[in-house]
Design a protein around this ligand. Sequence first.
Ligand SMILES: Cc1cc2nc3c(=O)[nH]c(=O)nc-3n(C[C@H](O)[C@H](O)[C@H](O)COP(=O)(O)OP(=O)(O)OC[C@H]3O[C@@H](n4cnc5c(N)ncnc54)[C@H](O)[C@@H]3O)c2cc1C
Length: 562
Amino acid sequence: MTEIDLLVVGSGAAGFSAALAASHAGLSVLMVEKEPLFGGTTAYSAGVIWIPANRHGRALGIPDSKEDALAYLQAEAGNRLNLELANAFLDNCNPAVEFIESHTHARYEAVPVWADYHPTRPGAAQGGRSLLPLPFDGRRLGKRFAQLRAPIRTMMAFGGMMLGRNDLPHVFRMTRSVKSAMHVAGMTVRYGVDRLGHARGTRLTNGNALIAALALSAEERGIELWLESPVVELAQTGSAVTGAVVSRNGQRQEIRARRGVVLACGGFPGDDALKQRYYGHVKAGQAHRSAPPPSNRGDGIRLGQQAGGVLAEDVAYAAAWVPVSLVPQPDGSTLPFPHFYERGKPGYIAVDPDGRRFTNESASYHDFVPAMVEACRGRPETMSWLLCDHRAIRRYGMGAIGPAPLPLGPHLRNGYLLSAASWPELAKKIGVDAGVLQDTIARFNAPAARGEDPDFGKGTDAYHRFNGDPTHKPNPCLAPLETGPFYAMKMIPGDIGTFLGLRTDGHARVLDAQGRPIGGLYAAGNDMTSVMGGTYPGAGITIGPALTFGYIAARHAAGLSA
Ligand SMILES: Cc1cc2nc3c(=O)[nH]c(=O)nc-3n(C[C@H](O)[C@H](O)[C@H](O)COP(=O)(O)OP(=O)(O)OC[C@H]3O[C@@H](n4cnc5c(N)ncnc54)[C@H](O)[C@@H]3O)c2cc1C
């Protein structure tokens, strides 16, 4: 029997935040992780956090307030917004991030032009709320680096080099700017040197940088992290949770946790039965591909339910949607590539299986997928084609394909990318009516050249334009598709994590069917139902709350909040 104060289950953003805050509050902490690698979905992510009225934005002179943020959340989630959770989040997100930045190695910066996803709604910010993690040198983790979950392979250059948000403009300009060429050359040389001694690059960005920084800080504080040690059962005395059983080295090991257990297992994107129940298009028999690690199988949710917890099912959507393309792998399998941004760049449109546009391509990924589902309602397959011309693909790439000078040939040969010299020829390859596709292109091209999209308004608000190319005029999101050859890539619905989870209160305590807190049981991250009510207000709306509610849970367990 191992005895500690707080047991933290899972090693993503929520788990590390809870463990570090608890340790700094004087509690003894044990973290357990089911997988041989730590970091969970967070290590796959961009690591961006949505933190209204944060000090980085303030330092740049960006005005913001809790009141504006609350008005925006109300405009987004309507009566699905749980005010107790929303207030807990908004009151604690800044203290949580300030704790992280002052007591761990993780650092963030504001992005002044990263607008909220519906920037014309009341209270929305035109920038500054979404914070980006600074790069981190993976070599500082020593031997532990090999145990840090690597990003999705399709999202790394050369199969192992990470690119951060701030690197991307350089990648897009590398053939047109000496400064950008030098930046990319510098990263590539570092990557080449890294590969002499490591399985992948050690210049970490995004969620990998965040997790590496938190893991180093946890190690320095002596917080133990057991890998390959899933919690299989919670221990209860009466209704209160007093510990758990962990399966370790093939043995059941009992853990007594005097102050409780934090469930931070990352929701259920890897659980087919729960997806069948809660994802409408999956229930209707449509294909879907989740981007998070398949091992996030809803363990935390089931453990919470077994202890008397209930799910908060009143969400707009059960998951955070993203369109994905499937990248063929040498062994015949495929890996998902989440299409976050390039849809918004000039020279791209998306069409339904008939060859007609159906939505604003520069809108958020969470909005794009329901539009695709709607456009395909009643058809045998839910999918869309992303189309672009040669100039666009060489400048910005497409899906997992990088811009020039990276080659297109391998992707054309394995069928990931389809190409033709003319639109009628491409129409034939993708199985749509040539006349319909030509009409679609003609209808889009003429106004696009003037910077207008009368049908869907691509490039009309600050978030769309953030996804565009700021150097492209007159509209950063619009250019006619006119320079052949032309290209097509298939996208289907996917997700980057689940929103639906355990019902909790403002202290991150799991609630039972009567709305009473279950003693000693907390949930944070995607194991708790999203404070956003199943909507997606802006970049970082899952990891921001994950860090915050992990922090809240730890402080409550330590007796630092009532
Ligand atoms: C490509 C991509 C980009 C993204 N970018 C962003 C972004 O920039 N900002 C943002 O807010 N969101 C982003 N997301 C979503 C975000 O990554 C997740 O919502 C978030 O990381 C979930 O954090 P978590 O701590 O709840 O879970 P996770 O990070 O998934 O961690 C959960 C951990 O618990 C472990 N676990 C599961 N069951 C058990 C068990 N029984 N016992 C012990 N351990 C267990 C898992 O193995 C896992 O390691 C992105 C997602 C993807 C896929």
